[in-house]
Design a protein around this ligand. Structure first.
Ligand code: 5AD
Ligand code: SF4
Length: 447
């Protein structure tokens, strides 16, 4: 490759989960430290980072078509962007990307992106650079301070997965479970609050597997971390995602009843309602043990909103087993859910299992599941009518004077008045749709 002029603008395109969004922000902060600015809306950037997701579907093909599009857009604009591929596809298929896509200068995995600036120097010199090492915690120590962002911020506290669900690629792309140290997280949370965050969502592939030592040297789990973060002045709300049922401990459950800043919302994927399927997925829990766990949360926090992830069409799934999934949806009465068609991931045990399900069967099951989930979501929203709650203002609405924010139960709420992004506004929930609610402002702003 020919040497290039150093980039002055960048754009990060993040796909997939919130952890990728967090990583994308942090890569941006690294570049900003180097004086590289976000490209203005509508302009081609000098450096484009495709921050990819490998969890489902034809992830790699999508990356190649995105690269092709970038090269074409660059040619039309009369410049050649530097292209970096980051994220989980980079981790899983870095070598192939370098071999197949000559336009790519940098391939960087999710545990190595703190070394992006050096890789960029090499790329500017005309070299191609690949780094898919997994140096565990080193990345976080090497990142710059948090930049100012919106009122709701992400904070990665845990990464990786040791569970090896048979459908999932994450243990291979993100590596083993690691927890960031307690003190680093308290500091980063304080910095986020100083930069304007009112709400922090703690992130991890198995966030509730987080463990560490508190300021007094005592072992503590996520509940202890949440209790400490709740002491930060100016931080109004704490959330966390994604949890695994087997990593729940009593202290975290109790925190939901005791810590006012911990929002009444829990994302706890179950994936299937059938014990046979759960076993084949290597989930290591049953439908019943999951339901018992949900009961414990409801006992300490009766209004808790529950959300989950589901996979339909796992190899061998029968119609009766799918019916068990619909049954668990009815039993839990979720406030929201994510549901997916099973997608065979290369290298995972389920990809070579017998009984792969035909696409039309998967389509049909997904549609029925989503319809059922939608009914419960709508019912949950309707049951919220009349409740008085705080809404964190996140952005302006479509109409003049209209604002959008989130209720404690993570519902989208729109309302009117003289407010600003980051305000906590007390509203009464007045009307409910399937995906959002209308609020009437009830009290003055708690900025
Ligand atoms: N196919 C379909 N969905 C998957 N998920 C993870 N792996 C797969 C796969 N191979 C879903 C699970 C998980 C969510 C993040 O993505 O439901 O909880
Ligand atoms: Fe995608 Fe999973 Fe990687 Fe997130 S962790 S980017 S969802 S493969």
């Amino acid at each position: 490759m020919k040497p290039q002029t150093p980039p002055q603008t960048y754009r990060v395109k993040s796909f997939g989960c919130q952890m990728n969004v967090y990583d994308g922000e942090r890569m941006g902060e690294l570049l900003a430290e180097r004086g590289i600015q976000p490209a203005p809306e509508g302009e081609e950037a000098d450096l484009v980072i495709l921050n990819t997701c490998h969890i489902r579907e034809k992830a790699a093909e999508k990356v190649y078509s995105d690269i092709g599009r970038l090269v074409k857009a660059g040619e039309e604009a009369g410049k050649k962007p530097l292209i970096a591929v980051a994220g989980c596809v980079a981790q899983a298929e870095g070598e192939e990307i370098m071999a197949r896509a000559p336009a790519v200068s940098i391939v960087v995995g999710p545990q190595a992106y703190h070394r992006l600036p050096e890789m960029l120097d090499r790329a500017v010199n005309g070299e191609r650079a690949t780094d898919t090492d997994m140096p565990a915690i080193a990345k976080f120590d090497a990142l710059p301070a948090r930049a100012k962002r919106g009122p709701s911020a992400f904070l990665t506290v845990q990464e990786g997965c040791d569970k090896f669900c048979t459908y999932c690629v994450v243990p291979y792309t993100r590596g083993a479970e690691i927890s960031r140290p307690f003190s680093h997280l308290v500091t980063e949370a304080q910095k986020l609050v100083e930069a304007g965050a009112k709400e922090i969502t703690l992130l991890g592939q198995n966030v509730n597997a987080w463990e560490g030592e508190d300021e007094k040297g005592r072992r503590t789990g996520l509940g202890g971390l949440i209790r400490r973060l709740a002491e930060i002045d100016g931080l109004a709300r704490i959330r966390y995602t994604t949890s695994h049922p087997n990593d729940m401990d009593e202290d975290l459950i109790a925190a939901h009843g005791e810590v006012a800043k911990l929002m009444p919302y829990l994302h706890l994927p179950v994936q299937s309602g059938s014990d046979r399927v759960l076993k084949a997925m290597n989930r290591q829990h049953t439908a019943d043990s999951y339901l018992k766990l949900i009961e414990k949360f409801r006992a300490v926090r009766p209004d808790i909103a529950l959300s989950g992830d589901f996979i339909v069409g796992f190899p061998g799934e029968t119609e009766a087993e799918f019916a068990d999934t619909l049954k668990i949806v009815d039993e839990v009465r979720y406030a929201a859910c994510f549901s997916f068609k099973y997608s065979p991931r290369p290298g995972t045990p389920a990809a070579t299992m017998d009984g792969q399900i035909a696409p039309d069967v998967m389509d049909d099951r997904l549609q029925r599941l989503q319809q059922r989930i939608g009914q419960h979501q709508y019912a949950f929203n309707q049951a919220s009518i009349g409740k008085r709650c705080e809404v964190l203002v996140e952005r302006k609405g479509r109409h003049p004077g209209q604002w959008l924010g989130k209720s404690p139960w993570l519902q989208s709420v729109h309302f009117e008045g003289d407010h600003a992004i980051g305000d906590l506004v007390e509203v009464t929930l007045a009307e409910a749709g399937p995906n959002s609610l209308k609020g009437m402002v009830a009290a003055a702003v708690r900025a």
